[in-house]
Design a binder for this molecule. Structure first.
Ligand SMILES: NC(=O)c1ccc[n+]([C@@H]2O[C@H](COP(=O)([O-])OP(=O)(O)OC[C@H]3O[C@@H](n4cnc5c(N)ncnc54)[C@H](OP(=O)(O)O)[C@@H]3O)[C@@H](O)[C@H]2O)c1
Length: 346
């Protein structure tokens, strides 16, 4: 079966296809035939050789988003059967309850081989059955950006219909954040470097748009648009470089979700954080700054149920075929997309 390995990244992207033996499930495991996968910002980072302190072996198979069907199960597997259409989160050990940092040691595409492969051995306990109404392509957008935005807006953010949710950029996490906010009846302000993208985002549901490139004082514009109040929930999908602006744009009792961790723009280091001179806003406005790490299997199950009940469809910019993986990566690096890029595997 065919997989893609990241290769010798010392001189740049070296992703290449190799043949591996078909995997055999062990006790408690199943084999997923991957039908669709998606590229995320972190995948480009991984393909360049590291994620945080984790240095990648050249043989690492990237991509954490996934949807497929089960073609074999190992001994002791009772929750899932051959033929089931499934998906799972890449931090597979977070099934329910509280997160623990040790769970990051089991991370599909970072510490374990990921889903840019025809078949992957997966832990049966992590699997979630897909409803018929979700296609493989749609389901393969959810694991990283959909679930992260769900955690930020619904779980940690506890969004209410009376809230204003501000979400940064037109990337995958941001667009899902907009969709979850609108699903709950909240008002959504979204930012982008492009007026054309902002126009499209309004068609997709955003109430208001702010161009952070043409207006470097975008927090000031957010305050104007909210009659001086600011945003109740902010998805900082960029990183510490935008934290001070988020503090400025927040409403009293606002909740700022610190999500962006890797460069959101290819070949660009994450923005250096300014000295947080506006930190007193934390006290004056009674703000909460909260780190978000994807979400649990239980949250993922809730997300899928809510999507089906509310007929929410992921925003897929383009679907690439299995023989055009490099085209998908080039398009991801171009920065032209809104929402998600998907690769149809078989
Ligand atoms: N904490 C977690 O668990 C978690 C989970 C998933 C992702 N992440 C991280 O979240 C970030 C976003 O991921 P993604 O998959 O959504 O990325 P993405 O789809 O590649 O989106 C990147 C977008 O960010 C926007 N952007 C760049 N610089 C910006 C700035 N200064 N201000 C506002 N927007 C800016 C751009 O939007 P425009 O083109 O519209 O300007 C760009 O298209 C990445 O750092 C990723 O590693 C973290």
């Amino acid at each position: 079966m065919k997989v893609f390995e990241i290769g010798d990244y010392s001189k740049g992207l070296a992703l290449h296809a190799v043949e591996r033996p078909e995997p055999v499930p062990g006790h408690g495991e199943a084999v997923m035939r991957v039908r669709a996968t998606g590229i995320n910002a972190r995948d480009l980072t991984i393909m360049h050789g590291s994620l945080g302190k984790t240095v990648m072996p050249y043989t690492r198979v990237p991509l954490s988003d996934n949807a497929g069907d089960i073609i074999a199960v190992g001994a002791g597997v009772e929750n899932i059967q051959v033929g089931d259409r499934v998906t799972m989160s890449h931090y597979w050990q977070w099934l329910d309850g509280d997160w623990h940092a040790s769970m990051s040691e089991q991370d599909y595409s970072a510490t374990l081989d990921g889903f840019l492969a025809e078949q992957v051995v997966v832990p049966a306990a992590a699997l979630i059955r897909l409803p018929d109404s979700l296609s493989y392509e749609e389901a393969s957008t959810l694991q990283s950006p959909g679930l992260t935005a769900w955690n930020a807006v619904v779980e940690a953010g506890a969004a209410r219909a009376s809230d204003t949710v501000l979400t940064l950029g037109s990337g995958a996490v941001s667009v899902f954040g907009m969709q979850w906010a609108k699903m709950l009846g909240a008002r959504c302000i979204i930012t982008s470097s492009s007026d054309a993208k902002l126009a499209r985002l309004k068609e997709l549901g955003a109430d208001l748009g702010v161009n952070y490139r043409t207006n470097p004082d975008w927090p000031g514009e957010v305050l104007e648009l909210t009659d001086g109040e600011g945003a109740d929930i902010i998805l900082n999908n960029v990183g510490l470089g935008e934290m001070e602006n988020c503090l400025m744009a927040a409403a009293s009792n606002g909740r700022i979700m610190h999500i962006g961790a890797n460069p959101v723009v290819h070949n660009q280091e994450p923005q250096e954080p300014p000295v947080l001179t506006k930190l007193p806003n934390l006290i004056l406005k009674n703000l909460t700054v909260r780190g978000i790490i994807v979400g649990s299997r239980r949250m993922f199950t809730d997300l899928i149920r809510a999507m089906v009940r509310n007929d929410v469809r992921p925003v897929i910019d383009r679907v690439f075929d299995w023989d055009d993986v490099y085209g998908a990566i080039d398009y991801m690096q171009s920065g032209e997309k809104i929402g998600k890029i998907v690769i149809r595997v078989t």
